[in-house]
Design a protein around this ligand. Structure first.
Ligand SMILES: *Cc1c(COP(=O)(O)O)cnc(C)c1O
Length: 425
């Protein structure tokens, strides 16, 4: 159909990209294939991937075990509706998940993307209180700098300033935002970090259905890392004020922070938990909402049922590759790998702290962040990274990586060197 680079010209004129202009499209790199930790462009340039395709590709690309799972499932069935029908991959994935998630979580709802799982979690909380006859409990409490997705319910609980959705604020339900805890660990804990949250939950609990937040690491809302003690306090306050707790592990799940789930840093279990992104090892879109017995029993009071059901719910291909991805993860020395990445990130990024342009350097698990004092100039910086043969995509003031866990020390050094060099410009 297209000859030469014609397809690229056509694509630039007709295909939207995330958060980008269609009329004045930013430059795009054309990826022809990917293997291990490398993205290969159409001109055969190899870039070392620092992004894991937005947290997803934890095993890297072209993974034999995952390829095999897709092929095998494709030959049985790619998809069937989930209404009135079920299949083995859904059961196997549910069993694999329930074995590893925080204890108490017992029920699995398969959604087709992270945002949709957040919508479902919000509905679950609302339906829970409806069924209890507590009809005033319809609002949500969250912390600033959060990101929970791009759909309307999710947008309503994203940071009203950094959450990219100010444009819609007039159309969104008005939820309650508490100050986020500062960047830091339990060693830096101070009770003042929870005071605004504590104040807001005690003031508004009669109207609150749930608290929703990202545990320990806040992703797209600012790449922030806070003390697990905050999460412990949140769990206690939710219990004390009869408010449900929804934890969004879509970015943090499956080992990224050094624990399988970031909740484990605090030793807490939520009432509802969303997972997505790395669930299929980056092969397909799939998310899941896990809930405990209290939520399940609560929703079904008076024979109510959960009012949600996406067309592609529990897609068998996605479930099969997720089962293979979890098996691959759990059979691998993922903890040692993430720990080694953490140590190397700390060692190699730390010197950047002294640069006059740098505001902060933060590392947790396999996530390394350089926060600049000023927003980075993407038009200038993006081509520099490509010249250095790495794929790193900054946003705002943040230059950050979360590479596949299988990255070698040499390739990781290549990434951190590029980050430090660019931060120094
Ligand atoms: C990416 C993300 C989402 C949204 O997931 P999509 O699959 O993009 O809809 C929600 N919450 C968090 C924490 C995320 O990182």
């Amino acid at each position: 159909m297209f000859s030469g680079d014609d397809w690229l010209t056509f694509e630039q004129r007709h295909v939207w990209h995330p958060y980008a202009s269609m009329q004045n499209p930013p430059p795009m790199l054309a990826v022809a294939r990917a293997d291990g930790v490398r993205l290969y462009l159409e001109d055969d340039t190899a870039l070392i991937d620092g992004m894991s395709s937005w947290w997803c590709a934890i095993h890297g690309y072209n993974v034999p075990e995952l390829n095999a799972a897709v092929i095998e499932q494709t030959q049985k069935m790619a998809h069937v509706m989930f209404g009135g029908l079920t299949h083995r991959p859904a059961a196997e994935l549910a069993a694999a998940l329930l074995e590893i998630v925080p204890k108490g979580l017992k029920y699995v709802f398969f959604a087709d993307s992270g945002s949709v799982s957040v919508e479902t979690a919000i509905k679950m909380a609302l339906q829970y209180w409806q069924a209890q006859g507590k009809r005033k409990k319809t609002r949500f409490l969250t912390i600033r700098h959060g990101y929970h997705g791009d759909t309307f319910g999710a947008m309503g609980v994203c940071d009203p300033v950094s959450g990219m959705h100010q444009l819609f604020s007039a159309m969104l339900p008005q939820h309650i935002f508490a100050d986020a805890p500062p960047n830091g660990t339990d060693a830096d804990w101070d009770d003042a970090q929870i005071s605004d949250f504590s104040d807001k939950i005690s003031r508004h609990h009669a109207q609150l259905a749930a608290v929703i937040l990202e545990p320990v690491v806040q992703g797209a809302g600012g790449m922030r890392m806070y003390a697990p003690e905050f999460l412990r306090r949140v769990r206690k306050l939710c219990d004390a004020f009869d408010v449900l707790l929804i934890v969004d592990e879509i970015a943090t799940g499956f080992g990224r922070t050094g624990k399988l789930f970031a909740c484990e840093h605090a030793g807490i279990s939520p009432d509802i938990m969303c997972v997505g992104k790395a669930l299929t090892g980056g092969y397909m879109t799939l998310a899941a909402v896990l809930s405990n017995a209290k939520i399940c029993a609560g929703i079904h009071q008076n024979d109510s049922i959960l009012m949600h059901g996406p067309t592609f719910m529990a897609n068998p291909l996605a479930c099969a590759v997720a089962v293979a991805s979890l098996r691959l993860l759990l059979d691998s020395p993922w903890q040692q790998r993430v720990d080694a990445i953490k140590k190397q990130l700390k060692f190699e990024l730390e010197p950047c702290r002294d640069l006059p342009q740098v505001a902060d350097v933060r590392v947790i698990g396999a996530i390394g962040v350089i926060e600049m004092k000023n927003p980075v100039d993407m038009a200038r910086i993006q081509p520099l990274f490509v010249e250095k043969e790495v794929w790193i995509r900054p946003f705002g003031k943040l230059i950050y990586i979360m590479p596949p866990y299988i990255i070698s020390p040499d390739d990781l050094s290549h990434l951190t060197r590029a980050m430090c060099e660019v931060a120094a410009i």
